[in-house]
Design a binder for this molecule. Structure first.
Ligand code: ATR
Length: 277
């Protein structure tokens, strides 16, 4: 049996066990996916024990995506550049760390983009941990124009270390982004503004947006953020955050099992789970 799990704090409300059980069922693999909530004071001790417990792989979430790194034997080059790991696999006697968040996000986004979208203009709002992985995945997937707007300019500038030679990136304030909003084909929101259901703030106004633009929010609770509602009013294509959750899991499951997973109706079923929870 495949022994998997999620490490973080807190992890109680995670939908990952449900997702990975669906994948196991589809792949015809017997397995388990447990939740490990680890208190910060005992992290080192608990991790050392878990790594030797016979577990085959695990996901790692907030607040430990950096803190796990010294415990791993090798890092995938992108995970190393991003500086954060969300997936680890035990292979040939070694623990190897990956970051499937950004790559999973771009896989999910591509489901709503035209076939060749690499020359489309992308605006990323936010430059935190999630944005780092997404920016890296966008540039490795060949997106050539990816601008970043963030409250703290220096944080956005740090993302430039993840550029590829062909990437063109301008660093903007939110006001500047708003002024030139009509030039973007794809807008990706990654800040924590609007994350709590009661928080009705919106980071930039979308007024004047291209009618066929794609607006994506990585927040999935609420499933439809204020930004997405306002994008709908502008007749944009909207892209919900729960798809990132599903596609980063798909990529992680491929790493653990070597099996390709078909998303099929899982996206709709996950949306239902998110709405019910
Ligand atoms: P995550 O891992 O979810 O990306 P993070 O690394 O804490 O979380 O990043 C949070 C992002 O939300 C950052 O871009 C942060 O902006 P700063 O770099 O200026 O801190 C952004 N953010 C959080 N609260 C914000 C607010 N009230 N207004 C604007 N941006 C905000």
């Amino acid at each position: 049996t495949l022994k998997l799990g999620l490490i973080g704090h807190p992890v109680k409300h995670s939908l990952s066990p449900w997702i990975h059980h669906q994948f196991m069922k589809q792949a015809g693999i017997e397995g388990e996916y447990h939740l490990y909530s680890i208190e910060p004071e005992v992290f080192e001790d608990k991790i050392s024990k878990l790594l030797e417990s016979g577990i085959n792989g695990f996901n790692i979430t907030v607040p430990y995506k950096q803190r796990i790194i010294p415990f791993l034997d090798e890092l995938d080059p992108d995970a190393e550049k991003i500086g954060a790991v969300n997936t680890a696999v035990y292979k040939d006697g070694k623990w190897i760390g990956y970051n499937t968040d950004g790559a999973g996000y771009v896989r999910a986004l591509k489901q709503v983009l035209p076939a060749d979208s690499s020359t489309q203009r992308v605006l990323m709002l936010g430059a935190g941990g999630a944005a780092r992985g997404i920016y890296r995945a966008l540039v490795t997937e060949g997106f050539s124009y990816v601008d970043i707007a963030n409250r703290t300019r220096e944080k956005a500038e740090q993302l430039l270390q993840l550029q590829e030679p062909e990437t063109v990136t301008e660093i903007l304030t939110f006001a500047e982004a708003e002024e030139q909003i009509k030039k973007y084909d794809i807008i990706i929101h990654t800040t924590s503004v609007g994350m709590s259901p009661a928080d009705n703030e919106q980071i930039v106004s979308l007024s004047g947006l291209k009618p066929n633009a794609v607006v994506s929010d990585i927040v999935y609770k609420p499933i439809e953020t204020k930004l997405l509602r306002s994008a709908k009013e502008q007749e944009a294509t909207i892209h919900h955050g729960h798809s990132m959750l599903l596609y980063q899991a798909q990529y992680a499951f491929e790493i653990w099992s070597g099996k390709q997973i078909i998303i099929g109706d899982l996206l709709d079923r996950l949306e239902q789970k998110v709405t019910e929870a």
